[in-house]
Design a protein around this ligand. Structure first.
Ligand code: NDP
Length: 238
């Protein structure tokens, strides 16, 4: 039987790429979004539409979803995974970096939800997976704004879940601890970046595949079961 369409944002590296690989192996057609089209295409996944889309561009997100649905049928799940982490000291970080994080991690995520939710409500089924972070559950130094965006992801997901529960749509929040990906590389404060990199090298951290397996677990539950939230981290992470 043909499997339904799954949309994954931020699929050009890390957790998003691993999640794309996982759902492709299960036979789902995919819509993969990120700004680096070459990295999406390098995954070479079957039955996959790759589009260079910045998630902060609501129209572009919706247009790509419409194009994929015309080809593969309705979206059964979206994994809102695209995100940026620009760690910094509030006292001297450039406000433009705060805005970038809120634009991508909060408003970009809402653009993904907005593009698929009306169709899910109409069909009375669907799954929205929002990728948050342990930093959306507790505070860490240098994480004030990044953590703010991830607390927002938890808050929005909890309210959205209440809003659509009666309409057959599931909302799952995935909150990983540290994962070895490209995420840290965009932080511009070299001291903070070096310290965090050293910490990651000295400690066990999750792999992207660990997180992808958790997203798969949540999605594969029967539609009447909503895995509301999963917080996962390397066993040794404190
Ligand atoms: P990566 O940096 O490897 O992946 C981030 C992805 O987001 C890339 O595919 C990137 O693609 C995409 N992205 C960034 N900005 C945009 C944008 N404006 N429009 C579209 N896509 C965008 O990091 P991770 O895999 O670690 O991050 C994935 C998610 O997991 C993020 O939400 C992150 O906050 C979260 N997370 C990560 C943790 C970690 O320790 N790594 C821990 C907890 C949560 P491109 O640059 O091509 O646009």
């Amino acid at each position: 039987m043909t499997k339904p369409l799954i949309v994954i944002t931020g699929a050009s590296s890390g957790i998003g790429a691993a999640t794309a690989q996982t759902f492709a192996e299960l036979g789902h057609p995919l819509l993969l979004l990120a700004r680096r089209l070459d990295r999406l295409e390098d995954l070479k996944l079957p039955e996959t539409l790759c589009r260079a889309v910045d998630v902060t561009d609501a129209k572009a997100v919706s247009a790509a979803v419409a194009e994929a649905e015309a080809q593969y049928g309705p979206t059964d799940a979206i994994v809102n995974n695209a995100g940026v982490m620009l760690l910094g000291h509030i006292a001297n970080q450039a406000p433009a970096e705060w805005r970038t994080m809120f634009d991508v991690n909060v408003l970009g995520l809402l653009n993904g939800v907005h593009a698929v939710l009306p169709g899910m409500i109409e069909r009375g089924r669907g799954t929205v997976v929002n990728v948050s972070s342990v930093a959306g559950r507790k505070g860490f130094p240098n994480h004030a704004v990044y953590g703010g965006t991830k607390f927002a992801v938890h808050a929005m997901s909890e309210s959205l879940r209440e809003e659509v529960a009666g309409k057959g749509v599931r909302v799952t929040t995935i909150a990983p601890g540290a994962v070895e990906t490209e995420l840290l590389s965009h932080t511009t404060d070299e001291g903070i970046k070096a310290d965090y990199q050293a910490w990651k090298e000295a400690n066990d951290v999750l792999t992207s595949e660990d997180v992808a397996a958790t997203i798969r677990f949540a999605y594969e539950q029967p539609q009447r079961v909503c895995v509301r939230e999963v917080v996962l981290a390397a066993t040794a992470q404190q």
